[in-house]
Structure formats: C-alpha cells, structure tokens
Ligand binder design. Structure first.
Ligand SMILES: [Zn+2]
Length: 252
C-alpha cells in the first residue's frame, strides 16, 4: 500500500486485518460510528477504538500467542536533566519526543501501545498485520533517531537553556512470540507480555543516546538493514545467557 493511502485509511486497518470487518474511521460513513463512540485510536490513527478496547470481541478470546516485534524507546539523560530543568521545558521535550516517535511508528504500521513519561513501547504486526514486522520496527527506530536528533539540533540552534548534548534517545528492538490480549481485570486496553517484551526492555536500557540495539532474532528478519552493524555482547538483568545485540547509530 502507498504510504499516502496508508496515512488516511478510510476503514480501520486493524479490524480489517483481524476480522475482515470494514469499520469506517474517516469520511461520512464514519459519522454514525463516531456517535456510538467508535473513533480513531490514539495508539495509531489508522486503527479504531474497537481494536484498542475490545480485544475479546475482536479475537473471541482473552489473549492470543503471536509473532511480533516489540520496540522500546526512552530519553537518555532525562532523569539527570529533570532535576535541573523547569517543568515547562521538561514537558516540551517529552511531548516532542512522544510526537516524533509516534509519527515514525505509525508510518511503519506499528502501534504506540504504552507511553510512560520519557519512554514508550510499540508493537508491530498487531492489530495491523505486516509480514516484514522486524524490518518495519527497525526502520521506525532509525526514523525515531533521525527525527529526535533533528529536534534536538533545532533546540540547540534556538539557544536552549540546558545542555542538549546530554540528551539522546535509546531504542531496543526484538522479535519473538508474545502473548497479546487483555491482562488487567479493571481495564480493557490490550497489550503484549512475555519474555520477548522483557528482553526488549532490557536491550533498550543498555542503549546509549543515539543507539538502537537490535536482537539477533530481529536482525535475522531484516539483514539488509542490520548487516553492516557492529555487535555487542550484553549481560542483561534477569536473562540467563549473554545476548548479542546489533548496534545501529543512524544519526551519528
Ligand atoms: Zn478497529
């Protein structure tokens, strides 16, 4: 699909991929749905709130096992700077980061599943299906680094009153089996859990500002993107064996 068409899907791409059900999310046909509270999701503007809140309805079960790629990103140097910066500047930085990450993730059909202040978690291959989900996530990660580097350059050029060079974004990408579904008894938002998700979070925690750490499993699915990258052997908290990561630093 052309990216222009992808940016403005008329029907929810998640409901279509998961159920072959056409749920209008743009144009006149979407109006009655909006009246019933079915709108575009904040996780990705090309899916709807049925995808986001009605997992059990969509999949007819509480959770499913699926192959997916998980991406974690967060702002390096944030905790350090947050002690030295006023709340307005801090929130400007966080919203610029969240915006740029979301644009990059949406452009590659991922969903921003969780936002945690200076960090986020994205899922690729659910609910929008994508055979090349590892490549999509790695391309989104490269896009995140380029976009965030350019925002930081802009802030620097406009004479930001804090040390920009201390800031950077760290990203982790890993592919594997995850459990996707609703795991909370009091909320109906879906998410992914399992070892794949934990390992991605650990990888991301080891990424320096400007770096993307890609696991072997994700790299194997996207060799064209990762092949020339250096590797690093990491001992990760809670993971028994050392993990090899492919190190990409696109904005350096
Ligand atoms: Zn939907």
């Amino acid at each position: 699909m052309q990216s222009a068409a992808r940016d403005h899907a008329l029907i929810c791409r998640g409901c279509w991929d998961q159920m072959h059900m056409p749920i209008p999310i743009r144009g006149p046909l979407a109006v009655p749905f909006r009246v019933c509270g079915i709108t575009r999701s904040k996780m990705n503007p090309n899916i709807c709130t049925i995808c986001e809140r009605s997992f059990r309805y969509v999949k007819k079960q509480r959770h499913i096992s699926a192959n997916a790629t998980i991406l974690f990103a967060d702002i390096r140097g944030y905790t350090h700077l947050s002690e030295r910066m006023d709340a307005v500047t801090l929130s400007d930085i966080v919203s610029a980061f969240q915006d740029q990450c979301a644009q990059a993730i949406w452009a590659h059909d991922g969903i921003v599943n969780k936002q945690m202040g200076d960090g986020l978690m994205a899922i690729f291959n659910f609910p929008i299906k994508n055979e090349r989900h590892a490549a999509a996530a790695i391309t989104a990660a490269i896009d995140i680094q380029r976009r965030c580097a350019s925002v930081l350059e802009d802030m620097k050029a406009h004479g930001a009153a804090f040390p920009i060079d201390a800031l950077g974004v760290g990203v982790g990408v890993h592919t594997g089996q995850v459990e996707i579904g609703e795991f909370s008894t009091f909320r109906s938002d879906f998410t992914a859990i399992g070892g794949t998700v934990n390992l991605t979070a650990r990888l991301e925690s080891q990424a320096a500002g400007g770096e993307i750490l890609v696991s072997d499993e994700a790299a194997a699915q996207a060799q064209d993107l990762v092949a020339p990258a250096a590797t690093r052997l990491l001992v990760l908290k809670g993971i028994e064996h050392p993990v090899q990561a492919h190190v990409l630093a696109p904005s350096h």
